[in-house]
Design a protein around this ligand. Structure first.
Ligand code: NAD
Ligand code: TYD
Length: 354
């Protein structure tokens, strides 16, 4: 160990071709404390090899595998002598979970079960593996306008199917810490934005639609509040949590919240994007509300600040301009992922687009 940094870690990232996972993989490749970085991804609709195609490093390896395939997952842990898993693979979109919950239970709950059982199986062979379980503030439920932000002690109270499956996976991890004494930390972060986010989530969807001059669908009255954090700040928090867990600064089973201290209504977000692109507010269209739409998320990050000396660095104005510019200069990426599945999804949601 050098200072608070643990060295010679052999990392496996699940979901490393997704939005947050690809930023994490790049951060780990740039961090010499990590000897190996293995990216296990099933390449579902939101996972794209292009997100990692610029990584050219002998310490990095991609495995096209599902976390639900336990024999393959265990083989990878064994062959690569993995010492820490960053678990991000998930079905991640609330609207999809409202349409069909089955894949959410399969990946988010059963996939996490496979990871936990694999850790126990490898322990029997003498290989100890720590786990950073990447979860979400959505497990805490919804706040009223004057409620204090979620802390790590806020009761878990998921209110949509996606959040329920993430909460279930958090509880599974906690139960394995308590029952089998595995080494794990659970991170809960607010809404991320930044480059490489699949354009079904609010920010990239609105950027792309504004650029195309399409209507901008805002659910309900647009007054729902989210806390927005740039993806690189979240990734910094995930890596700090890993170091704190492995160095013993965090006790196994602890939860740690991350957020951007940046609460905004959806209407503010969309107006801001439209203004920065230089388009007209007339594109905004209020559409029927999402069923069971959580009113407000806000997150208290005092614990991360105190324990990890972590705080978000990217402010919204700079972050959103950088993100808009990234989508503008990556039309090829957008074109490659906006074929097929994405178009069908948009068509089902909002009717035919241009
Ligand atoms: P994403 O949808 O962009 O990426 C998910 C990745 O997981 C994809 O690459 C996909 O191919 C992969 N995947 C799905 N099923 C798999 C399986 N069975 N086996 C292997 N890989 C599989 O999601 P994201 O926004 O990057 O979120 C990553 C994690 O962070 C999720 O666990 C999510 O719950 C959590 N999180 C996201 C946010 C956010 O704002 N996006 C906020 C807090 C926490
Ligand atoms: P989203 O990006 O789906 O993240 P989450 O549901 O995990 O917070 O949505 C962010 C907010 O934006 C949420 O309150 C729903 C709202 N929203 C819209 O108003 N219109 C849209 O087209 C989308 C995708 C989301």
């Amino acid at each position: 160990m050098v200072g608070n940094q643990v060295t010679n870690l052999r990392a496996l990232v699940t979901g490393g071709c997704g939005f947050i996972g690809s930023h994490l993989v790049k951060a780990l490749v740039a961090d010499s404390n990590f000897l190996t970085i293995v990216n296990v991804d099933a390449l579902t609709y939101s996972g794209h090899p292009e997100n990692c195609s610029d990584i050219d490093n002998v310490r990095y390896k991609f495995k096209h595998q599902s976390i639900n395939d336990r024999p393959s997952f265990e083989n990878t842990l064994r062959e690569e002598n993995i010492s820490i898993i960053f678990h991000l693979a998930a079905e991640s979109h609330v609207d999809r979970s409202i349409h069909s919950i089955k894949p959410f239970i399969s990946t988010n709950v059963d996939g996490t079960r496979v990871i936990l059982e694999s850790i126990l199986a490898l322990r029997k062979e003498g290989q100890e593996i720590s786990l950073v379980h990447v979860s979400t503030d959505e497990v805490y439920g919804s706040l009223g306008p004057n409620d204090p932000p979620f802390t790590e002690l806020t009761p878990v109270n998921p209110l949509n199917p996606y959040a329920a499956t993430k909460a279930a996976s958090d509880f599974l991890v906690k139960s394995f810490v308590n029952t089998f004494n595995i080494s794990a930390v659970i991170t809960r972060c607010s809404n991320n934005y930044g480059p490489n986010q699949f354009p079904e989530k609010l920010v990239p969807l609105m950027i792309l639609k504004t650029r195309l001059g399409e209507k901008l669908p805002i659910y309900g009255d647009g007054k729902n509040v989210r806390d927005w954090i740039h993806v690189t700040d979240h990734v910094g928090g995930i890596v700090s949590s890993a170091n704190a867990l492995v160095s013993g600064k965090l006790t196994s089973g602890e939860v740690i919240n991350f957020g951007g201290e940046n609460e905004k209504t959806n209407l503010e977000i969309v107006r801001n994007i439209v203004e920065k692109i230089g388009a007209s507010d007339n594109l905004i269209e209020f559409v029927p509300d999402r069923p069971g739409h959580d009113k407000r998320y806000a997150i208290d990050i005092s614990k991360a600040k105190k324990l990890l000396k972590w705080s978000p660095k990217m402010n919204w104005d700079n972050g959103i301009i950088e993100t808009i510019l990234w989508y503008k200069s990556n039309d090829k990426w957008v074109a490659s992922i906006t074929s097929g599945e994405y178009k069908n999804w948009i068509r089902k949601q909002y009717g035919d687009t241009k």
